[in-house]
Design a binder for this molecule. Structure first.
Ligand code: 5GP
Ligand code: MN
Length: 344
């Protein structure tokens, strides 16, 4: 991965000339958000810097095995302490997101300290933040892949210990579904090879990522697939929903439904699917697709959302039924129009 030397130089200058760093990631943090922030945090610690990771909301407990997880601060829960950390920091890192809307109230705090050094490391399309140093590479499989390449280009490989490598690998694996999608560049495998050489325990990480579920979570998946998955008749489209009552029945914890959205793509011919669920703070829509069907564009048009071509999300302020109706009424015409444009 070729990173402009000027950006690397600016990054190195900020690291060298400053002492304290706050690293932030998006709400409902996934393996890449946690992996990239925790990896870079530990790497900074390893070169004698003070660094802290702040997540906007609580990180799912099934990632508690990730090195450094216990050191995470949650903005929503410890706002005052987090504000102090941010006020005391010399530089703020914006990682695995590119829109301050993705970090809830933490976004307002970051805006209020925008005079500090701001560094973005991210792989989402169309950034809406303009920081001092911007590593924005939608072609990267994961923010973690960028972190590795930035540290390498900054000649900080000595800061990459096994824990850093483990977190980087975790983000790559979770953001690519175990190297299944967004993972076709040869460079990525060179990075993976280097992480293996550093000494990560690949089987152990896979075991913790994929075989770490509670029986409650598996039963919620079973219920969702058998009762709540619908194919939109005559179209290669699907939808799955879960309301608050159903989630309560299965004693839902944050992150329990992570990955559910992917299942309908296993159906032959289905190329796009949505998973719409009720959350205490509103309705969350996730979409996934195969090939060229751009779910980010659909969600941007209909729900002011965004993300990647094959994986996107949005929030909806209104009843679940209304979100479901808006999806079902608009996805078919959108698909028809898209198909027509494809066959031209
Ligand atoms: P997920 O469905 O896993 O929550 O999100 C899939 C992708 O869409 C992620 O890469 C995420 O950054 C993006 N995304 C999720 N929710 C939102 C949202 O509300 N707004 C925007 N712009 N992007 C989102
Ligand atoms: Mn990511």
């Amino acid at each position: 991965m070729l990173l402009p030397q000027a950006d690397i130089d600016n990054f190195v200058k900020i690291i060298n000339n400053n002492q304290s760093f706050v690293l932030t990631c998006h709400t409902n943090p996934d393996g890449d958000a946690l992996g990239s922030t925790l990896a870079l945090c530990k790497a900074l610690n390893n070169i004698g810097k003070s660094a802290t990771v702040i997540t906007p909301d609580l990180a799912p407990s099934f990632y508690s095995w990730m090195p450094g997880f216990k050191t995470l601060h949650t903005y929503e829960r410890e706002t005052e302490d987090c504000d102090k950390l941010i006020d005391a920091a010399d530089a703020i890192l914006i990682m695995d997101y590119n829109d301050l809307k993705r970090v809830k109230t933490l976004g307002e705090k970051i805006t209020s300290v925008a005079h500090k050094h701001l560094i973005m490391i991210d792989h989402h399309l169309d950034p809406l933040i303009d920081p001092e140093v911007k590593f924005s590479y939608p072609e990267a499989s994961a923010t973690c892949e960028l972190v590795y390449n930035i540290l390498k280009a900054a000649q900080l490989t000595n800061a990459i210990d096994v824990e850093v490598a483990q977190n980087i690998y975790t983000g790559i694996i979770t953001d690519t579904g175990g190297l299944s999608y967004n993972s076709s560049t040869p460079d990525l495998y060179l990075t993976v090879a280097e992480l293996l050489r550093i000494g990560i325990d690949k089987p152990a990480i896979h075991e913790k990522i994929f075989n770490n579920k509670t029986i409650r979570r598996l039963k919620l998946l079973g219920y969702t697939l058998s009762h709540k998955l619908h194919r939109i008749e005559k179209y290669p489209l699907a939808i799955m929903t879960l309301n608050a009552k159903e989630l309560e029945q299965y004693n839902y914890n944050t992150g329990d439904t992570e990955g559910f959205v992917n299942y309908p793509l296993q159906v032959k011919d289905v190329i796009a699917t949505a998973f719409i669920m009720e959350r205490p703070d509103g309705v969350k829509i996730s979409m996934r697709s195969k090939g060229e069907f751009p779910v980010n564009d659909f969600l941007a048009q209909q729900f002011n959302g965004g993300g990647h071509k094959n994986a996107a999300g949005a929030n909806f302020n209104g009843p679940l039924e209304e979100a479901v109706e808006r999806y079902t009424q608009n996805i078919v015409p959108y698909y028809a129009k898209w198909l027509k444009a494809q066959t031209k």
